[in-house]
Design a protein around this ligand. Sequence first.
Ligand SMILES: *[C@@H]1O[C@H](CO)[C@@H](O)[C@H](O)[C@H]1NC(C)=O
Ligand SMILES: *[C@@H]1O[C@H](CO)[C@@H](O)[C@H](O)[C@H]1NC(C)=O
Length: 278
Amino acid sequence: MVIMHSLVLLIATALLGAVGIQITDLRVPSVVRNNSGSAALLDCDYTLKPEELAAHSYAGLVVKWYFNSSPSPVYQWIPGQKPQDLGILKGKLDLKHRSSDHGATMYRALYIRNPTTELSGEYKCLVSTFDDEDFMTKKMVVFAPEKKLYVTWWKHDSGVVNITCIAQGVYPEPKMALYLGSKNKDSLKDVVVEVTKEHRCYDISATKVLDGTDVQATTMFVCELRIPEANYMVTRSIVYYPGISHPLSESGADDLHCRRIIVMMILLALVSLSPAVW
Ligand SMILES: *[C@@H]1O[C@H](CO)[C@@H](O)[C@H](O)[C@H]1NC(C)=O
Ligand SMILES: *[C@@H]1O[C@H](CO)[C@@H](O)[C@H](O)[C@H]1NC(C)=O
C-alpha cells in the first residue's frame, strides 16, 4: 500500500515536473569587480508547458528576482508589460536588454550596468504561473581590490624588527599573511592581524615583531593579501637589510583609509563640477 502510494506520487511529480514551468539554468557570474564599467548579466532560463507556449497565452506568468533574504522583489516582469526595477536595483538595470525574442521569456534576465559592492549577495529567480512555480538561487560577489597596499619594516635600537603590512579599501573581508623569503615562502607565525570595517569597505593590517638575531641575512619580507570569496590574491615585498634601521625605499606611505577615499571622491566630484558652477 505504502509502496503503491509513493509510486503514484513519484509518477505524478515526474509528469508535472516534465510539463510544468521549470527553470533549466540560472547563470550568475560568481565574481565581478567593483565599478569595473562592465555589465553583469544574470540570466534565468526556463521552459513552459508546450501548450502555453503554442497558445501564446502565458496566463499568470510572472518573473521575479529577489536579493538576499528580502521578501520584496528587486525586479519584476509580467509578459506584455514593461519590466520593473525595484529596491536596491532601482536605476541600475538596462531594462531594454532582451534575453530572447520570445514574448514569454524576453525580459527574464537582470542586466546590471555597473555592479558595485552593495550588490554582492544571493540572487533568486522565481518564475510562477497560476498553478505552478519554480525558483533557483545563486551568489554573486562584487569585490573591490585594495586601494593601497604596502609593507614596511623598521628596526628598533633594542634590535627588535617590526614588519607591518597595510591594505586599505577592500571588499569583502580580506585575509593577510606575512612570509619570509620569496621562493620557498616561509609563513610567519603569531602575526597580529587587525581588520576594521567601515560601510562596505575593509582595512587590514598585519604586524610581526621579530628578534633581529633571527634575521641575520638580507631577507625578503613578503605580504600576501587575499579576498577568499573572490579568489583574489596579491603580494608586496620589501628587502630587509640587517645593517640598517629602515628600508632603503619607502613602499608608498599614502594614508588612504576608507573614509578618506569617500571624502576625496566627493572633492573630486566637486572639482569636476566647478567649471559649470562658475
Ligand atoms: C609595530 O608597528 C606597528 C605599526 O606601526 C605598531 O602598531 C606596533 O605597536 C609596533 N610594534 C612594536 C613592538 O614596535
Ligand atoms: C565600489 O565602487 C563604488 C563606485 O565607484 C565606490 O563608491 C565604492 O567606494 C567602491 N567600493 C570599494 C570598497 O572600493
